[in-house]
Design a binder for this molecule. Structure first.
Ligand SMILES: Nc1ncnc2c1ncn2[C@@H]1O[C@H](COP(=O)(O)OP(=O)(O)OP(=O)(O)O)[C@@H](O)[C@H]1O
Ligand SMILES: [Mg+2]
Length: 299
């Protein structure tokens, strides 16, 4: 809990007033707008971070936005696999998924992480509903077309890419209930597939024609090489992100993020943001202030 500002400290009261004033144009601009927030497992590492995230989401809804949350839970799935004596393998940022891995991923993401997030939103005064991509055919998937560096097809098991998005169930909620979506989908035959949560969020943002796609993760943005190492980009165009990827500066979990940003922006989403969920109030800073706190990507 942040300590209250003493009312007899005029400098701090003035700064607080100025900050609230800075929010106003952003509230006016985004009032009624759908914002898809991808909450990465990497940014859920403590209860304090999760509480802060839930509080910020509820506040964004209170000031008129329509948040839709899509969550990952990679570290949580890997931890459960470890407890069960299973090994986790990744290719191109995707978890190689056999039947048993899928069973664990579904239990952890849909049964645990999803419901914990619903409870957190309720604790902070909002109302949420937990869904997976299988509910109401929200995310219809097909086997992912994964390639190796030479362009040859790679079999990574029961991993899906999004083929169709059916948003009717979300429309029924009419903005008053916050949907929280676990990134599990099914194909037309009913076969469940594990979907990378970034890919799910990008597809959902595109289908909902969201104003914004926010990806909350554990890095301060998209890191780009500099003379003394690397630093996060504040703003970039999609083509700069393409160039960064072509130069080999995007790896692991950032690969599906870049793909999701590309899909969302090409479908008309206004902007995509990769932000650091370890920073307190990352969401509020990025959405409601001039400063922001991550990488903002626009077409
Ligand atoms: N250029 C880059 N800039 C920033 N991060 C990068 C870059 N290239 C690779 N990464 C990696 O991407 C990781 C973020 O993706 P990761 O999949 O681990 O987390 P997440 O997507 O937030 O969580 P989850 O997969 O559970 O949803 C970073 O921790 C970093 O190691
Ligand atoms: Mg990831």
């Amino acid at each position: 809990m942040t300590a209250p500002i003493p009312p007899d400290d005029p400098a701090q009261m003035h700064a607080l007033g100025a900050l609230l004033g800075e929010w106003m144009p952003y509230i006016q601009r985004f009032w009624g707008a759908t914002i898809v927030i991808k909450y990465g497992g990497a940014a859920m590492s403590s209860r304090v971070l999760q509480e802060g995230f839930a509080r910020d989401v509820v506040l964004l809804q209170l000031v008129g936005m329509r948040p839709v949350i899509v969550h990952g839970g990679g570290p949580q799935v890997t931890a459960m696999m470890g407890r069960l004596g299973m090994d986790a393998t990744f290719v191109g940022g995707h978890r190689v998924t056999d039947e048993e891995t899928l069973e664990v991923a579904k239990m952890v993401l849909v049964g645990k992480v999803n419901k914990d997030l619903v409870g957190l939103i309720h604790r902070h005064g909002g109302t949420a509903i937990g869904l997976s991509g299988e509910d109401a055919r929200l995310l219809v998937t097909e086997p992912i077309d994964q390639r190796d560096e030479a362009g040859r097809p790679l079999d990574i098991g029961l991993v899906g890419q999004v083929q169709e998005v059916h948003t009717e169930a979300l429309e029924l909620l009419s903005g008053s209930i916050i949907p929280i979506v676990a990134s599990i989908g099914a194909d037309a035959t009913g076969q469940t597939r594990n979907v990378n949560a970034d890919i799910a969020a990008g597809a959902l943002a595109a289908a909902l024609k969201a104003e914004m796609l926010l990806m909350v993760t554990d890095v301060p943005g998209v890191l780009s090489p500099t003379e003394d190492g690397e630093s996060p980009l504040e703003e970039c165009r999609l083509k700069e992100l393409d160039a960064l990827e072509a130069a080999g500066c995007v790896s692991g979990g950032m690969i599906p993020k870049v793909a999701a940003v590309r899909a969302a922006l090409r479908a008309g989403v206004g902007s995509a943001h990769i932000i650091d969920g370890r920073q307190e109030h990352a969401l509020l800073l990025e959405v409601l202030t001039d400063a922001g706190c991550g990488t903002r990507v626009a077409v």
